[in-house]
Design a protein around this ligand. Structure first.
Ligand SMILES: Nc1nc2c(ncn2[C@@H]2O[C@H](COP(=O)(O)OP(=O)(O)OP(=O)(O)O)[C@@H](O)[C@H]2O)c(=O)[nH]1
Length: 460
């Protein structure tokens, strides 16, 4: 299954990159071949030789129909074969010698990849030039033209390849390489979409009448779709596909461009939608997996591991900036009775209600988590003793109001409080102190809040 889905992505990415890069075609066909070949390199590099035949299929399906199918020539075929062999071999060599460390995690890693690809591209361009001189008797006056054609074309191509590399890495390695502040704001989606489609549409008008250029610019619509798929997931990508395709069709109708091959437009639409579904679905799966790894499946609040990850960072920040920090350890009283009397399902419902109470008791900057069983924890950022006691008391009262489903029974909770001071050197210390306070609260008859180091109950 993985092989099939990866193969599909290889073919679609190849198609996307090939057509997108062909927009920047300076030396005919060459600049489009290289970035697309980069996709082959990446797949072979990451997943091995079994993707070499798939790459052949990608070339046939993705590259040929657009230019070569309509304009078949032996040169084009040789070029396809060459990129297939050179990049498959380069991918295998890079894989074998582990030319750069995996997994690719940062923008710097991607840059390293691009440098290697640029290098490979230039070397293969030089080899191609050498072969042409040696075997095809290339005239010296064409050297410069060809080399610059290769060079400039390839450079543009490699830059375009960045887009494919980003999609690829995002898709399979699960790292959001280019996720930064730019993408934080969801508003970025409609704005960027507007900008990209606006640019494409103005471009159509600017080059009205030059069919060849219009055909190429038409492929720009693939970019926002693939981008939306990787950054925002399937729903946004499908929406983007719909919007940009509607724009494209409307523009073609407005400009009366009936000579534009209908087949191409349909194919483009099919590819954008497939791309959106595959990339977007994968992103959503990954986000789901990430969520599942950090959350308790029953209550959907943070789990123990995620609490320690985020909590330790919060603890260190508070200690460094000498800010207050309070920890509340919450444990239900006689919860076993609920399970034993009304069943486990009923107990589960109660736990969900308690999690909700914890969520409501917190600020956005605080953390709340289920440590396990009927034990919850709250880490209150910038809260002093008085504030922590208020939150704990509010929480205790909220738990008191929970009614065990289908009964008229209520339950109570005991809460231990600890505060960041010189004694607490780590989050573990803080937890230990809150646990001791909780033990005190239980010993004192339950349904009350106790502060570590103080003997008087804060409320009951
Ligand atoms: N329904 C349900 N029960 C759970 C879950 N995890 C742990 N428990 C139950 O929580 C109960 C914990 O019981 P104890 O540790 O004896 O504590 P208690 O009965 O609350 O008594 P005190 O804490 O001393 O007041 C046990 O019956 C566990 O089976 C869960 O996910 N769902």
């Amino acid at each position: 299954m993985e092989f099939i889905s990866r193969s599909l992505v290889l073919i679609l990415l190849y198609y996307l990159t090939w057509h997108f890069a062909s927009l920047f075609e300076i030396a005919p066909l060459v600049s489009a071949f290289y970035p697309a070949a980069g996709v082959i390199f990446l797949f072979v590099f990451h997943y091995g030789a079994r993707y070499i035949p798939v790459a052949g299929v990608a070339i046939l399906l993705g590259g040929l129909p657009f230019d070569v199918f309509w304009n078949w020539s032996a040169d084009n075929l040789t070029m396809s074969l060459r990129q297939w062999l050179v990049y498959s071999a380069a991918g295998l060599v890079a894989r074998h010698w582990r030319l750069f460390a995996l997994p690719i995690k940062t923008v710097r890693d991607v840059s390293a990849l691009i440098v290697i690809l640029t290098f490979t591209t230039l070397v293969s361009a030089a080899i191609a030039l050498g072969l042409l001189i040696q075997f095809a008797g290339l005239q010296p006056e064409l050297y410069k033209h060809l080399f610059f054609g290769f060079w400039i074309g390839d450079l543009g191509g490699v830059l375009m390849f960045m887009a494919a590399a980003t999609l690829f890495i995002d898709l399979y390695e699960g790292h959001h390489v280019y996720h930064g502040d730019v993408f934080k704001d969801r508003l970025a989606w409609p704005l960027t979409l507007l900008l990209l489609t606006g640019m494409s549409v103005s471009a159509y008008f600017l080059v009205a009448g030059q069919e060849d250029i219009i055909n190429r610019i038409g492929y720009l619509i693939l970019l926002p779709v693939a981008w939306a798929a990787t950054v925002y997931g399937m729903r946004f990508a499908l929406l983007t596909a719909l919007v940009v395709n509607l724009f494209a069709v409307a523009t073609y109708a407005l400009l009366d461009l009936d000579s534009y091959p209908v087949l191409d437009l349909q194919l483009l639409f099919a590819v954008t939608v497939c791309m959106a579904m595959i990339l977007g679905a994968s992103l959503e799966e990954r986000e789901q997996a990430r969520f599942d790894a950090a959350h308790d499946p029953l209550t959907r609040v943070m789990n123990r591991r995620a609490f320690f990850d985020h909590g330790s960072a919060l603890f260190e920040r508070a200690r460094r900036h000498e800010r207050n920090l309070a920890l509340l350890m919450v444990d239900l009283d006689f919860f076993k009775l609920v399970n034993d009397t009304w069943g486990h399902k009923c107990g589960d419902q109660v736990l969900m209600s308690v999690a909700e109470c914890c969520r409501r008791a917190c600020r956005q900057t605080d953390l709340h988590a289920r440590l396990g069983g009927e034990e919850f924890v709250l880490l209150l950022d910038d809260a002093n003793l008085e504030q922590a006691q208020i939150v704990a008391e509010r929480l205790r009262q909220a738990v008191e109001k929970i009614i065990v489903p289908f009964t008229n029974h209520t339950l109570t909770a005991s809460i231990g409080i600890s505060l960041l001071d010189e004694q607490a050197r780590s989050l573990d210390d803080l937890l230990l102190q809150a646990d001791k306070a909780l033990y005190q609260a239980k010993a004192d008859g339950r349904n009350n809040c106790k502060v570590y180091g103080s003997t008087a109950p804060t409320a009951s």
